[in-house]
Design a protein around this ligand. Sequence first.
Ligand code: SAH
Length: 443
Amino acid sequence: MWWFFSFEIMMSSNVRFKHFGRTVNHVRSVFAARNVGRYQSSKTENSPDSNPLLKYLTMKIKATGPITVAEYMREVLTNPFKGYYMHHDMLGEHGDFVTSPEISQIFGELIGIWCISEWISGGKSKSLNLVELGPGRGSLMGDILRVFNQFQYLLNTCDISIHLVEVSPKLSEIQALNLTEKSTEAKHEDTSSCYKTGITKTGLPINWYYHIQDVPSGYTFYIAHEFFDALPIHKLQKMQDEWREILIDVDPDIPQKLRFVLGSSCSLIAKTFVQADEKRNHVEVCPEAAIIIQKLANQLTKYGGAALIADYGHSGDKEDTFRGFRSHQLHNVLLNPGTADLTADVDFNFLKTMAGNTVSFFGPITQHEFLKNMGINLRLKVLMENAKDDTMQKHLMQSYDVLMNPDKMGKRFQFFSIFPPGRLEQTSKNKYPLAGFTELEMS
Ligand code: SAH
């Protein structure tokens, strides 16, 4: 059972405060970012002369008409030349937002334990692809791999390879620096579709891809932390009995200013993605998430494995969640495109519907519940006992509080998992209780 082997890892003082330095400042940043956000008037000019992306978008809109919010989001976040994610590191104290793996190493360690637990429950497959979608700085993967390294039985009996799906050249460079001694750009004549390749510091093969479709098939664990919220959404508004799409246009009175307008005809996106029994008057749908989740569901059904998705989200009950973050403050989404993160809450019900009925789901449950079930209290206790001084202990307590406190990240962030057919029955017979989603407090 998972808690026996994880107990050993939990008690280990070998898993050191390797990234401890990332803890203290971020604690303050998160608090500011997620809880006391307010609209900030942007100091940099919002003009096409100083913002090439705004110039490109206004020219495009003038030439071909208003664009969808999804197209706007895609350009703003991942345009190869000026997209927000493409050329700088936005994570952490000096960036725009912080994430749980950046706050504490415990977060990634517990996800590492979750993977090992599922590997055991799933029959100890002889090979394992560990895929992370949108790995940021690579901190989560680094913490997972450190846990794997503690569990020799896994390394000796399973052929493990790491696959990162990352669109950003800058972030993939940072990931390679953090996770490998040396990585190389994939050669053009190489037929494989990865763009970078290397060996992790713990000795496992690691590859980078732009699209999940390019990742090789096989028994796979998919991990996605704060990835789905960055995918482009369409915004749809119900007007009488008809769904119309919200578009982005140039304000006719102020030429460099963008504004929302209502599309004139019933949206094809609405016809495809809005369920007949939808009760809300405003919905956000994400076709890219639908494609990715269908790919995951097909792979899990065919080859086995599991998917763990953690994000801020809801179960199909929220309406307008589209927002921007810059320097840990809320930021007007239409202002200064490319200089702020754009995000929308993940609709877990939408993911379930799109994944279809060949797979089973657990969650969403809150981050607080998941981490508690995974034994965060015991891990904290061990780290506190091994901490060198009061300052370190204080930092540990602060980061624990940010992750767990329902008023901070504890409640807003949700964990959701997808499994191949059969896993649900095993759990209900209590043969292999599902780590993280089954209440088991180890302290
Ligand atoms: N998971 C990390 C980073 C979250 S930020 C953490 O929690 O710290 C979102 C990540 O997704 C970044 O690495 C970003 O570059 C990546 N990303 C955003 N859109 C993407 C897309 N369409 N395809 C692949 N990666 C994407």
